[in-house]
Ligand binder design. Structure first.
Ligand code: HEM
Length: 451
């Protein structure tokens, strides 16, 4: 998910497909392709370069469906929209989601991503209950505080945008899972989670000194912290509307282990995805002054209206619904890139042909159905998309109304880690706008526009 996520679904489809081919009484032939080195397979070919190169060369040699071996896991890769639709939607019941062993063991076997059927339906209901608009409305002021605090800590600094956005989205994820309690556990959870994530793309070799071993130790500690939080909540007996409250309130009851696996899973799903989108937004707003101005004006107008109505400064859910220009601008700026970011997920490789090299050209190519699915499709599609949009809008509101920023160093390259990101995580310098916003000036501008 993430943009680790971008690779993850690919794997899950793929290993599932492999099972599809090899299960049953009579073994079906596998599609063409190569399996690489014993055990290591073709992991390094995929992870050490732009994944599009890996996919393009395989598709050229073997066609849109080919076999490979990634992260210790034999798999079948697909890269056509028809196949994506078949696996995700029309025949999804035939495929069991499977991830490479390293990811499955780190997230926990009972996490939502790995399941189908009744258990998946039950989890999905609980997750959707916590992330539907009615539930996340109440945490907008808290997301607002997290955004303000993050921006304040970056003030006057040279920052790595992606790293800092990861910190912001991590804090928002904790807020949506633990509500206001999150500050109590934030540092411990962060310390363990940051060790865990380093092992996500490692080979599952559990020997002292390996990334995988360290990650598994951190995973154990995370589960212990979560068990403590759950036990404290049980003693308090208050009801909570956050994700943990939703999991704990289930009548049929989830075990502590099931809750821990799914809490870690949601952090994994929520963080890098949203942080990478925010990083691209910061880059493209900086590169497109007219869009930045339009977005800033809309955000300033929201501030002004709040001031005039005596509503206070804290953003609300209603404010987040008054940002059509921002939403439209971000969509048109970011979608062409998201298509690349998520390319390795479900995009038809033929779209990225030599005549469609630039992002804008790719945007102009009419999309075939099932080629671009930033939030997935079918029964596993993203249940956190409303929260993702909300936290993006809140951060953009404060960033454009109070700060200016400039990119530092060359910014023409894309790095793959393994997902697409601006070079070096986009170093920027952020500073407070010199003139504080003059509400009277704004009001005048607003009136002039109305005339
Ligand atoms: C821009 C940000 C995001 C993007 C692009 C994104 C993308 C996706 C995609 C493509 C899937 C489907 C994966 C698959 O088919 O296996 C997915 C699933 C999921 N996402 Fe997101 N996501 C984002 C943010 C979030 C957030 C903020 C949360 C939670 C707070 C979240 C929670 C989940 C969960 C729990 C699943 C698994 C659903 C299931 O298996 O039924 N995501 N996401």
């Amino acid at each position: 998910m993430f943009c680790l996520f971008a690779l993850v679904p690919t794997f899950f489809l793929l290993n599932s497909l492999l099972k599809f081919f090899t299960s049953g009484r009579r073994k079906l032939p596998l599609p063409p392709g190569t399996m690489g080195w014993p055990y290591i397979g073709e992991t390094f070919q995929l992870y050490s370069q732009n994944p599009n190169v890996f996919f393009a060369s395989k598709v050229k040699k073997f066609g849109a469906i080919f076999k490979s071996h990634i992260l210790g896991c034999p798999c079948v890769m697909i890269s056509s929209p028809e196949a994506a639709k078949l696996v995700l939607v029309t025949k999804s019941d035939l495929f069991k989601p499977t991830f490479p062993a390293s990811k499955e063991r780190m997230l926990g076997k009972q996490a939502i991503f790995f399941h189908q059927g009744d258990y998946h339906i039950k989890l999905r209901k609980l997750v959707l209950r916590a992330f539907m608009p009615e539930s996340i409305k109440s945490i907008v002021p808290d997301i607002d505080s997290v955004a303000i605090a993050s921006l304040k800590s970056w003030e006057g600094q040279l920052i790595n945008t992606f790293q800092e956005m990861k910190s912001f989205t991590f804090n928002v994820a904790l807020l949506s899972i633990f509500g206001k309690d999150e500050v109590l556990y934030r540092e411990d959870l962060k310390r363990c989670y940051y060790i865990l994530e380093k092992g996500y793309n490692s080979m599952p070799i559990n020997l002292p000194g390996t990334l995988f071993h360290k990650a598994m130790k951190a995973r154990k500690e995370l589960a212990q912290i979560l068990a403590k939080i759950i036990s404290l909540r049980r003693q308090m007996k208050h009801s909570h509307t956050d994700l943990l409250g939703s999991f704990m309130g289930d009548k049929e009851g989830l075990t502590d282990e099931q809750i821990a696996d799914n809490v870690i899973g949601v952090i994994f799903a929520a963080r890098d995805t949203t942080a990478s989108v925010l990083t691209w937004i910061v880059k493209y707003l900086a590169e497109n002054p007219s869009v930045l101005q339009a977005v800033t004006e809309e955000q300033e107008a929201i501030m002004m209206t709040k001031e005039e109505c005596g509503e206070g400064k804290v953003l609300t859910w209603a404010d987040s619904k008054k940002m059509p220009i921002t939403l439209r601008s971000l969509r048109s700026l970011i979608l062409p890139d998201l298509r690349l970011i998520l390319l390795i997920n479900f995009l038809d490789i033929n779209l990225v042909s030599s005549e469609a090299q630039s992002f804008s050209m790719i945007w102009q190519v009419a999309l075939k159905p099932n080629t671009f699915m930033p939030f997935g499709n079918g029964i596993h599609s993203c249940p956190g998309n409303e929260l993702a949009k909300l936290e993006i809008l809140v951060l953009v509101h404060h960033m454009t109304t109070k700060y200016r920023w400039s990119m530092v160093g060359p910014q023409n390259e894309i790095q793959y880690a393994p997902f697409a990101l601006p070079q070096n995580g986009l170093p920027i310098r952020l500073s407070l706008k010199r003139e504080s916003i003059d509400l009277h000036k704004l009001q005048k501008r607003h009136l002039q526009k109305e005339k």
